[in-house]
Design a protein around this ligand. Sequence first.
Ligand SMILES: [Ca+2]
Ligand SMILES: [Ca+2]
Length: 384
Amino acid sequence: MRLQKIVLALLILISYTSCKKNTATKNETNNTISTVVIDSNKTTKTPKSPKIDKTRLDSLIANPPNGMVWIPAGTFLQGAVPQDKEAMAHEKPQHPVSVDGFFMDITEVTNAAFLKFVKETGHKTIAERDIDWEDMKKQLPEGTPKPHDSVLQPGSLLFKKSKSSLPNLYDFSQWWRWTIGVNWKHPSGKNSSIKGKDHYPVVHVSYQDALAYCKWAGRRLPTEAEWEYAARGKQKNTIYFWGDDKTKLSKMVNSWEGEFPVNNSLEDGYERTAPVKTYQPNSFGLYEMGGNVWEITNDLYNLKYYEILAKSRNAVINPKGASKAYNPNNPYIEEIIIKGGSFLCSDSYCASYRVSSRMGSSKDSSSEHVGFRTVATPEMLLKE
Ligand SMILES: [Ca+2]
Ligand SMILES: [Ca+2]
């Protein structure tokens, strides 16, 4: 499937799940698509410890794989905290969730790591592959006109600042440009390169590319619950991973400071991506869990999922997301959830560096502000 090319089609007629505040559920009452089936076990039991020898597990936790940290099992409230006035409807209601312990990359996957993967596997990312219009049009409303062949070429979405204020921030095509020749090796233009950017997060990769990387690395993508639990760290029920104090933002997050997408005051030092470990880590030792690049999870995006989970009075153990994607704003696309926000998130726009923030993204789409990090269970690592 070449859904990545949906991003091209976005420039033609559709919009993906907007980051704009309070837009997520506007069309829910017009639901013509079947709603979720929950894939979860509902119980009050504490998550079971991994079924491996305790001595081996302790040794593994004390000596985790390079670049990973142990996230101990626990229970938390997933979703927007009550004091978060910027939370969108799809971040609610809060609901109790328990997760088993797992290892997580302390940083977003870097260009250096992705280069190693590509060198060993020959993987070609979706942004580098030819476009098949026949595949692409299956994901679009019937009758969508075929773009000119000069446009249907490999590329990705590149951010472009606006010269003046935008009255309508719902229309993201005002700051995204489909740019031929852009991919993870040429992240900011077809003549750009990643030279000197080994420690920057890889971008212009899709969910499909992230899965291929995970397969090679012996890892997997986090579930949304794992990601949010890890991001919250040891302090629960706060808006940001460091607490509720927004004044610390520039030390903690690479975001957009100023009027989006026009002026950026650069208090955090970067207009686009920053090298990993630039900002302060959370209490689990994880870096850039807010901002820099959005991070791909393995869960399907379904607007109804939290509502249904919250009907259970018990904590849901290791939820793996909805069994079916559902977004009335994007009915032709199967979306996954991305978390954490990016260098484009601003206080005046989506503030998606808030821990509960979430957004849908096509499985085959790529852009300049989406990357990923991986996780592994003890069982996965002990198989190595
Ligand atoms: Ca910034
Ligand atoms: Ca991030």
